[in-house]
Design a binder for this molecule. Sequence first.
Ligand code: GDP
Ligand code: MG
Length: 338
Amino acid sequence: MDSKTADEDIDESEEDGIDFEEDENDSSLDSSTGYATSEKLYENVQNVEETRLTASTNLQEELRIMLLGATGSGKSSTGNTILSCSAFKSDMQLSRVTQFCERASGNISGQPVAIIDTPGLNRIHHTEKEVTREILKSTSLYTPGPHVFLLVMPVGNLSNDDKSMHKLIESMFGESIWKYTIIVFTHGDRLEGKTANDVIAYSDKELRSFIHKCSGGFLFFNNKDTTNYEPVTELLKKVQTLVAINGKSCYTTSFYPASERKIKKKMEKVLEMRKDKIEQQERELMIHCKTEQEVERKKQELWRAEENNARKMAENPAKQKKMSMKLAKRCPDRKSSI
Ligand SMILES: Nc1nc2c(ncn2[C@@H]2O[C@H](COP(=O)(O)OP(=O)(O)O)[C@@H](O)[C@H]2O)c(=O)[nH]1
Ligand SMILES: [Mg+2]
């Protein structure tokens, strides 16, 4: 495999005279958002693991549900409870927790669902930024976007970590995210005979105001009791109600805060510019790898590296400026911005 870094290649791309100018009429850009369409950018990408658990013959639209929350909050277990099988790794052993977004499909009482599990939004495995990147990337990957986010947290009052995580979520996804959010309190086995509503009624004010913010309300899951399917059917009803309240729309990347949208636009431009190089590297993988699985794994690695580099370029105005100036010298007639 070509061992050149994306940065080195980008310098070469300049030699090739790649145009950094923004083209508003580019047909690869979504006309409403101005971003490159995900179909265009990710047409050959499969950088998340997809597990088809149930061959669904149902023609109903699949509901896309994305799990968010801290490491150890019970996201993967909740995904498994919903799908009634061990689709996601769930463990407190750090080496086994989810590092990348993963998707698994199944159905709830005949309704097709796709669950997207995500790495924890706290700094155990990765830096916060890397996790943020991974989640944002996969949000745009599952076009047009999730119908619902499940914010998974163990039952209890809000800690300072919870509050800063909520701030992080809002800065990543914009305030609109709360319109698409249902809170799932895990460890329902701790209720000790109290009703879920009583637990919330006697919880502190901050938790109750946070629940107010989330349009989908809350429910409790006991992931240790796999014999009780009732919470899962209750969840489906809540998801369907929320989808109705949102006019059957789903969360899209157009809700990203302006700063994130700007980065994303630049990032997609860099990836678009590098498309030929990436495709060339993909062809080389096909020659050098022994099995299809190896090709897929290497492709995932390649895309992760490319996207991380594109993000770094997009986030680093100094580097962009350097690139633009180089280009301007080479091609003085061009408006050089990415
Ligand atoms: N008692 C109890 N344990 C749970 C529940 N949900 C998750 N756990 C445990 O909490 C730990 C972390 O769960 P996991 O799903 O891996 O969390 P994630 O990091 O958010 O994906 C695991 O040991 C689970 O078995 C629950 O409802 N009740
Ligand atoms: Mg997990």
